[in-house]
Design a binder for this molecule. Structure first.
Ligand code: GTP
Ligand code: MG
Length: 195
């Protein structure tokens, strides 16, 4: 699946701009700056496919990427703090929520959590939305290269405990570093098995 072509299809700013829901897709959601775009680049093996930045709020559209011409990978704008005007942020947050709760062909939402920070109240809000929309989600811990083993164990315990109250959560966490490559083959395999 990942040996084939991956390409940018389009950036969407409103629900009526979505590509037709005619194929299975998976999306990457998470707080601003958690590493969604970097993870898409790591998973596809394309360094600059999705634009990344140090500044929270880099991705402001819903970006669709074609995977092997038959599926979509979807990079979402972040939630939580972003360096952008409030009105703009509110607009993309509404779009994000409409997408997560209403996209028919969304097979799984990967919810990215910074391994240093664990689940925050803004994450809980999104997990609740996914639950109430019956969208299966799976947590991906990001930036594991920034932690020592003991710290990582703590986050894994916190996140696993928090997921127990979410029936739509897939229990297995994926521990990743887009920078070092940890967990990337595992994530590719999970996606390949889904689509
Ligand atoms: P928004 O689009 O703003 O919501 O952010 P995003 O979630 O797409 O994050 P992005 O991929 O742009 O990455 C944010 C910052 O984190 C960048 O400076 C990345 O280089 C850095 N980063 C992403 N993944 C990793 C990782 O695995 N390890 C380390 N050390 N840094 C990372
Ligand atoms: Mg981004």
């Amino acid at each position: 699946l990942f040996a084939g072509e991956t390409d940018f299809l389009k950036g969407v700013v409103a629900m009526d701009g979505m590509p037709p829901a005619d194929r299975i897709e998976v999306c990457f959601a998470g707080r601003s700056n958690v590493g969604k775009s970097s993870l898409i680049n790591a998973v596809t093996g394309r360094k600059a496919l999705a634009r990344t930045s140090n500044t929270p709020g880099r991705t402001q559209e819903i970006n669709f990427f074609t995977l092997a011409d038959s599926h979509y990978l979807v990079d979402l704008p972040g939630y939580g703090f972003a360096e952008a005007p409030v009105a703009v942020v509110q607009k993309w947050q509404r779009l994000l929520k409409a997408y997560l709760s209403g996209r028919q062909t969304l097979r799984r939402a990967f919810v990215l959590i910074d391994a240093r920070h664990g689940i925050k109240p803004v994450d809980e809000e999104i997990l609740n939305l996914l639950n109430s929309s019956a969208v299966t989600f799976q947590v991906v811990l990001t930036k594991v290269d920034k932690l020592k083993k003991g710290q990582l164990d703590k986050t894994v315990a916190q996140v696993s405990a928090a997921l127990q109250k979410h029936p739509a959560a897939f229990p297995e966490l994926v521990l990743t570093s887009s920078e070092k490559g940890d967990g990337i083959p595992t994530l590719r395999q999970i996606i390949a098995e889904l689509v």
